[in-house]
Design a protein around this ligand. Sequence first.
Ligand code: HEM
Length: 317
Amino acid sequence: MEPCKFFLHVDDGYSYCNTPRIHDGDESSEVEKVDDSEMARNFKTLDEGMGSGNGMTREVSLGGCDGSVLISGSSAERNALPNLGLRGFEVIDDAKTQLESLCPGVVSCADILAVVARDAVDLSNGPSWSVPTGRRDGRISLSSEASNLPSPLDSITVQRQKFADKGLNDQDLVTLVGAHTIGQTDCQFFRYRLYKFTTTGNADPTINQVYLGQLQALCPPNGDGSKRVALDKDSESNFDVSFFKNVRDGNGVLESDQRLWGDSATSSIVRNYAGTIRGLLGLRFNLEFPKSMIKMSSIGVKTGTQGEIRKVCSKVN
Ligand code: HEM
């Protein structure tokens, strides 16, 4: 992946490539056509079966939107450690196969990814939005590029820096990480918090004591590190504000999530979303999330003569 070009064409919107601009819900929208039928079905099946659809939301967040994360190969980005949890590449491949038979060389993998991420949220009763399209696919994917991706071990300072490097502020950070209201994580990404975390041999003291016992039962010290645990203990398939309540109450699963409560700027945003009046502030998260997603999914976008429209999402042409 080439270095991201942030806020490309912010003034005049996207400079769409010479492929048709695809409007949301537009009858002529090829990516939406596929999405409405087979892809949405795949999603539901995959979502129910193994939570695959959710992974796509994360993918879009990972360092750029030129589809590089989809390329397979030993040193490619999708094999880098922070990306090993990504699932559902099959959903993208399936959609691409259908689109290629319908209109070869028109819809990029990067655009499919952005639409799939939106649908993962929509299918979880979250907000929906129009995805600006016209991205082209990158031609390079190196696992070394993944080193600037967020890690679940990141402190708030590091998280803030990584987002700021992409032009995303604290509000975007908290809002986007709120995507952890859906989906799951492997025990291996947080188990270290449950045992011998402190120098005195105790668990991470920021974990709620009641929840600590539950997490220890789910992820015993020598148990299966790939066992899946909900990122939002209360409603893992519902896109709501309970993730923020969890963070407020010491029930964040990933260390990076819980650290949002340890900083005055991010904690006030968490508090705001968590709300005290039911429904009222939850609405705000639903409004802010699409805005931050659109902002994030414009990072590193390739247009015009840059990149290519990949024929198969898992490899460059
Ligand atoms: C500081 C930033 C972030 C960190 C450190 C982080 C880390 C993680 C980790 C470790 C997992 C578990 C992966 C696995 O075990 O398979 C995960 C899952 C997930 N992340 Fe993030 N993430 C971040 C930001 C985001 C953003 C910005 C989004 C979307 C806008 C997002 C959406 C998701 C979703 C939907 C899942 C669940 C995937 C599934 O169920 O398979 N994350 N994240």
